[in-house]
Design a protein around this ligand. Structure first.
Ligand SMILES: [Zn+2]
Length: 261
């Protein structure tokens, strides 16, 4: 997200104010602090220059389906050529027998490993909504396995996701929550972003009283390269609604997740 923001060039000092506002979409509009204008002044001349903020990129967690066309998606042949380049970069010969079909296999595998780019988590939750009259207590789906790739090294990270929400309108099919996890996992990710995206989409589509998401994962980029520590697990959580506002709800969630008896 930072990179995207930096690529925007704002002509005035209003930029800083605009960016601050963007990072807090859910907060009240920030009080302008820079360059107060005379009370009697009509609309400031610089006001139109602040408008681009409204069309600036959404926070990363809101970018559910990147626009493949806008990104200039390469052809299959170009993708296979890129794999051959990386094979040579690794120090091997793409023309040797064992590797001759590898570029085609890798490109095909990418279709599944990164299939989340062509899936829309919003639609997933909207399509299969089941009314369950009268049930308003917590719904918890835990130990959802996922496989993702870190966006920094394109190396796998994998683990378990746990999701809880308090329904207001009814409950969604339980397998759909697992598919929401898959949709976001099968993209280049950070664990933090993925956790926030899962919570965001459930909140915005199901409008529950609260959502809690916990993701625990092992990052192979830590185990295989860099500090080379295996078996380290990273835990991220995102709480919304009653889970954010009431610490006892967080305790209940964590207890339900941990109590495997
Ligand atoms: Zn990494």
């Amino acid at each position: 997200m930072d990179a995207a923001l930096k690529s925007l060039s704002y002509p005035t000092a209003d930029a800083a104010r605009g960016l601050t506002g963007m990072r807090n979409d859910n907060a009240p509009a920030p009080t302008p602090v820079a360059a107060p204008l005379p009370v009697s002044s009509p609309l400031p001349v610089s006001a139109p220059q602040a408008r681009p903020v409204e069309v600036a990129p959404q926070p990363a967690s809101a970018q559910r389906v990147p626009d493949a066309i806008a990104m200039g998606r390469p052809s299959r042949e170009e993708a296979e050529a890129a794999v051959r380049t990386l094979l040579r970069w690794a120090g091997d010969d793409p023309n040797r027998e064992g590797l001759i079909d590898t570029p085609a296999r890798v490109v095909k595998a990418y279709g599944q490993l990164f299939g989340g780019y062509s899936q829309d988590a919003d639609a997933l939750l909207e399509r299969v909504f089941e009314e369950v009259e009268g049930y308003s207590d917590v719904v918890l789906v835990r130990d959802i396995p996922f496989y993702s790739h870190c966006e920094h090294h394109m190396v796998p990270f994998m683990g378990l996701a746990h999701i809880a929400y308090y329904p207001t309108k009814g409950v969604v099919g339980l397998s759909k929550l697992a598919r929401v996890v898959d949709t976001f996992a099968r993209r280049l990710q950070t664990q933090e972003t993925m956790t926030a995206q899962i919570a965001d989409v459930i909140e915005s589509i199901l409008k529950p009283r609260g959502v809690a998401v916990m993701v625990e994962a092992e990052h192979l980029c830590m185990a295989m390269r860099g500090v080379q520590k295996a078996g380290v697990s990273t835990i991220t959580t995102q709480f919304k609604g009653v889970f954010r506002d009431d610490p006892s709800e967080q305790v209940r969630f964590l207890t339900l997740v941990r109590n495997k008896g």
